[in-house]
Design a binder for this molecule. Structure first.
Ligand SMILES: [Zn+2]
Length: 129
């Protein structure tokens, strides 16, 4: 049996990945909203023999869970490094970095479109947070 409260306490109510606060009552992905929701993250992946038990879970916010997906080790570190480089470039004026700014703007626009479709696709009465 999985003890949600016990897992939440392991990190004193924070996402183990980014450190943001996650409220115990915001567990799950009801209404498919990302903001403020959290999930269970396997410490040892199921594919590596990890069990679906409280001892093998840590809290992770939905944003981190979706961004990380199933990446781990070198792939995850590489993704973080690319993100750091990309963010550093975005902090500079477009100028010679115009292409990077355009790629990021396009990415954000597509992300919003996908999120909008997801929120309005099932026909359920949903409330945006
Ligand atoms: Zn997080």
């Amino acid at each position: 049996m999985v003890d949600i409260e016990k897992i939440h306490k392991k990190t004193n109510g924070h996402c183990h990945f980014c450190g943001d606060r996650v409220e115990l009552t915001a567990y799950g992905n009801k209404h498919n909203l990302i903001t403020g929701k959290w999930a269970l993250d396997h410490v040892i992946y199921k594919s590596a023999g990890g069990k679906n038990k409280s001892e093998n879970y840590l809290p992770i916010c939905q944003s981190c869970n979706r961004a990380r997906w199933n990446r781990k080790g070198k792939n995850l570190r590489e993704l973080i490094t690319i993100g750091f480089v990309f963010k550093t470039v975005l902090a500079k004026k477009a100028g010679k970095h115009k292409v990077v700014h355009e790629i990021f703007a396009k990415y954000k626009k597509n992300l919003e479109k996908r999120r909008h479709r997801r929120l309005h696709s099932s026909g359920a009465n949903r409330t945006l947070v």
